[in-house]
Design a protein around this ligand. Sequence first.
Ligand code: FES
Length: 95
Amino acid sequence: MLEGFVPVAAASELPPGAMKRVVVGGERTLVVNVGGDFYALRDVCGHAGAPLSTGDLVGYVIECPLHYACFDVRTGKLLSGPVSGDVATYQVRVE
Ligand code: FES
């Protein structure tokens, strides 16, 4: 294992378009595969804390299941919705 990285899943578990909720260091984290590229972000919507892992993933956009805020999984940037902040993202390494 490389310093600072935590194994969370086998790449084969997450085909393109799939997502998986994991816990890293006590933090709810969402790992997604978009077109063969993997991204990780905090699995907590910045509005009212809903788990983004139960939302819909369409391309690079994850939609919160509660009030439909949309975030770019690549950057965590808010795209639309009743939220004032972005969602934290994390580096991903595939070995
Ligand atoms: Fe996500 Fe309200 S909890 S938009």
